[in-house]
Ligand binder design. Sequence first.
Ligand code: BG6
Length: 491
Amino acid sequence: MSFDLVLFGGTGDLAWRKLMPALFQAFRHGSLPEGGRIIGVARDDLSDDAYRELIQSRFEAVEGAKRPTAEEFKEFASLLHYLRMDLSKPEDYARLADLLKSRGAGTIVMYLATAPALFTQVVQQVAAAGLNGAQTRVVLEKPLGHDLASNRQINQAVREVLAEHQIFRIDHYLGKPSVQNLFAMRFGNALFEPIWRREHISNIQITIAEDLGVEKRGAFYDKTGALRDMVQNHALQLVCAIGMEPPINEHADAIRDEKLKVLRSLKPWTSETIPLHAIRGQYGAGTAYGKRVGGYRDEPGIDPESRTETFVALRTEIANWRWAGVPLYIRTGKRLASRDARIEVNFRPTPHAIFRSPPNAVNKLVINLQPKDGLELHMLAQAQNDRQRNGSSSRRLGPQLAPVQLDLDFDKRFGIERVGAYERLLLDVIDGRLNLFVRSDEQEEAWRWVEPLIDSWSADGEPRSYAAGTWGPSASSAMIARDNNSWSEEQ
Ligand code: BG6
């Protein structure tokens, strides 16, 4: 079916970094439906050709196989159009309506890659121009609002003019192949389900570490911080994928109903638990990629006295029958020791030891999200040469076990050129598939859960400092050590 994709914020950071590359890959893979138009919208005065040249110049900076050849770009560029708009002016939406009507595409996607403060205005104007018909789908980028009240306000305004099935709240972590595989692992295999519970699992750790700093997004980030930028959305969606009950089928509402229950079961914060179980940090000067780098407050666009957190570590629990008493640790941050996102599920030790095992050796399932994409199952095995090495006396103590792991690398197994998160999600929007998008009640519940932290942190105190290139403030290790656990790099 033909489509028009209107990209509000068509010259912005997201359009360039994520959306255009994803659209190009979809085009290259032949998965973009034929006869579509991609209409960039922004305030700059550009012709279609000037917009195409701008996009081309950006693509020329891409290294390696992801860069289009001249021939490929020429074909892709024929899909690109541009419309100059002032988003506050009704007459500009009328011009957009004319452009869309000239074509009468079966599907119209409005992608709001703008500041969230503009979302309400844009959807209201889109509706006032009569562009909210059944063929319209609206994509809203995160963070949707900056707290529960503003999130509700946006959701309400959007729902006044569009039905829920027309609203695609994007969280690109749900589109990552590794997160797809987490669902496949849990719900496509019967193996894990019986042990996926408190009786067998001792704790779960979710890490989303970035080695990058705030780059050129200082002005946005300083108002946002790691809690709103990463925890409220990406990290909590991973918590849902790990903690949810099996959905009755693969339909959007069946999945979202189960995710919602997890969010509702998260232990609420109290004035006692916040200081103990919620650690915030901000990077100071340190090292990145082997070079000295400045601290957060020295980055462009950042208030020199900023109290914005660039690191968060939390300890919580999913308080239900499956998970009660299992600590769930979440941490994320910028300028950490490496780019590394993974979920570690630590199993309980054997009930009775008959072997000698290395200290702290337990079974562990590691779900690697990035840069590696795969599964590791950490186990203990008996080394072949145990007897000769340890002599006969060790036999009396029982054989020494050694840690080994089963390693499944999805990139090797399925090829590195798999469909990226934004590519997958953009195609889902065009197809009208909502499974991997977030419903408003999920989003509100996630805001409700983080809000006591926002309030407490904005009321007083400062984030703890950590050196760029490390794993965050030492308080994060101390928090988990109080449970006799440790982050994996400390094990
Ligand atoms: C975005 C955040 O949602 O996710 C960024 O706004 C962050 O601050 C990015 O860098 C991380 O995404 P990925 O896919 O690189 O892990």
